[in-house]
Design a protein around this ligand. Structure first.
Ligand SMILES: Cc1cc2nc3c(=O)[nH]c(=O)nc-3n(C[C@H](O)[C@H](O)[C@H](O)COP(=O)(O)OP(=O)(O)OC[C@H]3O[C@@H](n4cnc5c(N)ncnc54)[C@H](O)[C@@H]3O)c2cc1C
Length: 351
């Protein structure tokens, strides 16, 4: 049986930031990830000849100070989201779409240079590769007198401390813990929203940014008609690879990829004409179908419900189980900044 001082569950932004902090302090750890990739809800789709397309997290603001601090420590830049100062706005199906001027934005959004996944790549490259194991979902935790027994799809480990970075709902519905966790934690976690867990992201790469043409409508779309509710210019930082990227109404998770693509194209054709059919690639992320992000809720859970709840900052299994992850943070829970804050808090406790 493998023994480790600290076992971290999940190699998303939180898990990798904890690993990075522990490694900087010379502390050993083992990080187990269920998927065959790191990053969790951060996923950038890349091709050699096209713009990187964010399937998961994309934007940050100046208020996200912990995330900005980590990016600058890792030498990763940011750039402002292009809006072009105007947007296509579709108020209802009864009136045609119109181009409106956007008011000045005092709090612009920023994107991560090279794609959000740069953050994940950099963190991962800075920890010992043998300490991160992919394709190994954690199935059960058992609190013993001096350690926690961790059962995975591959075997059994003994850990002095375990840190879960899973969204609380996912953790309490998919990982069996004995002795049972307190009712207050379980009942709160079972009503805790996993930010963006139901969302569908869609992106289209193009050889030319037709939406940027002089007098054109721009790449920002807000539609109450849909099925795309929002869309934005997704050109890369170098401004030489082009894409549009947005959100599709989450109810379309059960139709086929081809049907979703056709719905997106039909909507875009209304605004830009047939040029939209000359796309290089269609990309999408249906997060509701992601076993290691989303699980069906028992009842109705509101966006951000119970995010940042104090029960997630208690210690469990006699201080041997700590909870981290974006949804556990006090500030900006659910967001990348919350993930970094939660990671730093828990790394501090472990150290
Ligand atoms: C479509 C979308 C858009 C978003 N947009 C933004 C945005 O613009 N700005 C922003 O700040 N945030 C955004 N977010 C939220 C952001 O992605 C998250 O806040 C952040 O990535 C959470 O990181 P995390 O490590 O806490 O959780 P996760 O990324 O969910 O990581 C948890 C990890 O645990 C793994 N795992 C799950 N179960 C197991 C198991 N049993 N055993 C082992 N490993 C397991 C998962 O595979 C995953 O790697 C968005 C999210 C999505 C999905």
């Amino acid at each position: 049986m493998t023994t480790t001082e600290t076992l971290i569950i999940g190699a998303g932004l939180t898990g990798l930031t904890i690993a990075y902090e522990l490694h900087k302090a010379g502390k050993p750890f083992l990080l187990l990830e269920a998927r065959d990739r790191t990053g969790g809800r951060i996923l950038t789709s890349r091709t050699d000849d096209g713009a990187p397309v964010e399937i998961g997290a994309t934007w940050l603001g100046k208020k996200h100070e912990d995330l900005i601090g980590l990016l600058s420590e890792l030498g990763i830049g940011t750039f402002e989201q292009v809006t072009g100062g105007r947007a296509i706005y579709e108020a209802s199906s009864l009136s045609p779409a119109q181009v409106v001027q956007l008011p000045h934005n005092d709090e612009p959004s920023y994107r991560i240079a090279g794609g959000s996944e740069m953050l994940i790549r950099e963190l991962w490259s800075k920890v010992p590769s043998a300490s991160v194991r992919l394709d190994e979902p954690v199935l059960a935790l058992k609190g013993m007198t001096d350690y926690v027994e961790v059962t995975t799809s591959q075997g059994v480990y003994q850990a002095g401390k375990v840190v879960s970075t899973l969204p609380p709902y996912l953790f309490t519905s998919k990982v069996t813990v004995s002795p049972a966790l307190p009712d207050q934690l379980l009942s709160t976690a079972r009503q805790t929203h996993t930010w963006m867990g139901e969302s569908i992201k869609v992106g289209l790469r193009y050889a030319k940014p037709f939406w940027r043409e002089d007098g054109g409508p721009g790449g920002t779309i807000f539609s109450n008609v849909g099925p795309v509710s929002e869309m934005y210019d997704h050109t890369n930082i170098e401004e030489n690879k082009y894409a549009l990227k947005g959100f599709l109404n989450g109810m379309y998770h059960s139709v086929s990829r081809e049907e979703r693509r056709d719905m997106v194209l039909t909507q875009l054709r209304k605004y830009y004409g047939e040029v939209v059919d000359d796309y290089l690639a269609y990309e999408e992320g249906v997060w509701r179908q992601e076993l290691y992000t989303f699980a069906d809720y028992d009842g109705h859970v509101l966006p951000h419900q119970n995010n940042g709840h104090p029960v997630f900052r208690e210690e469990y299994l006699d201080g041997r189980l700590l909870l981290a992850g974006a949804e556990t943070a006090v500030l900006y829970p659910g967001y990348m900044d919350g993930a970094v804050r939660s990671a730093r808090r828990v790394a501090g406790l472990v150290l």
